[in-house]
Ligand binder design. Sequence first.
Ligand SMILES: Cc1ncc(COP(=O)(O)O)c(C=O)c1O
Length: 415
Amino acid sequence: MKTFKQLESNVRNYIRVFPTIFDVAKNEYIYDIDQNKYLDFFCAAGSLNYGHNNPLLSKSLIDFLEQSLVVNSLDMGTRVKQEFIEAFNTIILKPRGYKYKFQFTGPTGTNAVEAAIKLARKFTGRSNVVSFEGCFHGSTIGSISLSASRSRRASSGVDLKDTAIIPFGHSAEMAKTSLKCLNNYIHNITASKDLPAAFILEIIQCEGGVRKANKAWLEQLFEIASEINALVIIDDIQAGCGRTGDFFSFETLNVHPDIVCLSKSLSGFGLPMSIILIKPSVDVWQPGEHDGTFRGNNLAFVTAKKSLEYWKADDFKKTIFKHSKFIENELRKIQSSMPLKVREIRGAGYLWGIELSKNYDAAELVNIAFSNGLLIELAEKSTNTIKLLPPLTANHSSLVEGINILNSSIKNLQN
Ligand SMILES: Cc1ncc(COP(=O)(O)O)c(C=O)c1O
């Protein structure tokens, strides 16, 4: 730990939450240099949906490396990039009836968000973007400007402009409040150029406490956007790539976003890669208008393409749904056995949040779980919620193990 303390910036974060030095990792387990074993229900903040060192994916990577193929290609054409686009189109988009063009952005989620809001502004000629309380879209200036968090905004060190943040409709009551705020905001606008260029939202706010958008609210939001010619951007960076059980978090809803942001588990292997999917009519970019050196990570394209094999048939999805029911039932049992400690259980698929009552500290639960051999993440501190993100490839027995550790960790929580 001395090296990190002495030489790494004070900004380091997760090493403080999980104070050890990790080494080997296999599917749902991760080991530190002292051979302590941890069950990983954190998955590098949702970027390892197919587990650590998934053998199917690592084999494709090793094969790739043995052929001396192009590794970094900016946005030049390569065989593996072409194969990824074709596979994504055939396996993911076409069966769902979606027609999107691909933009390969810089490799992080926040790069995808920056590209999406820039494109929406260019498409509409308007500057304002509406985001929602509890959202998280990344740490670059444009993405921070979408955040309602005071501390995040303050970290930017500049005046953040051209955004409006309104309540998120995660319940029937919040839906009403949100629509009232939105209508007030729109009716107070006098010049049409001041109408929003876009709404950007997560279908399930992950950092914001695993809160799911109310279906009716979401449909109304899409209607309003269409009435005022604003775009809707879905940030599926954390909730996408199978996390909620479907490939996209929105695909069973009756909505069709103009732009979709994907990153985190897109490469399947933890390799940096991000894209935005753009409705063809919205693709008004001029060539070279949004550059970036690391848009052509062919290592990531290889594993991203391979990971799509999980989605070729329905079995994978069916297993996720079966296990998801199991996880939900077990969490509800925990809640009913400790109603004074557990306030609410929320989630879908392999994405679950446990909100604690106000006398108990979710950050403390993360610490206890870690000392009991389970990695879990704290959602935004103010939500007092921990987030479970087991790999989609976790065995049933390790789900049981994780839930047992969680149960005993909650029992050990003191107020
Ligand atoms: C929904 C969402 N959007 C954007 C981001 C930013 O992604 P990155 O950290 O790769 O920039 C995150 C990261 O947690 C996220 O959860």
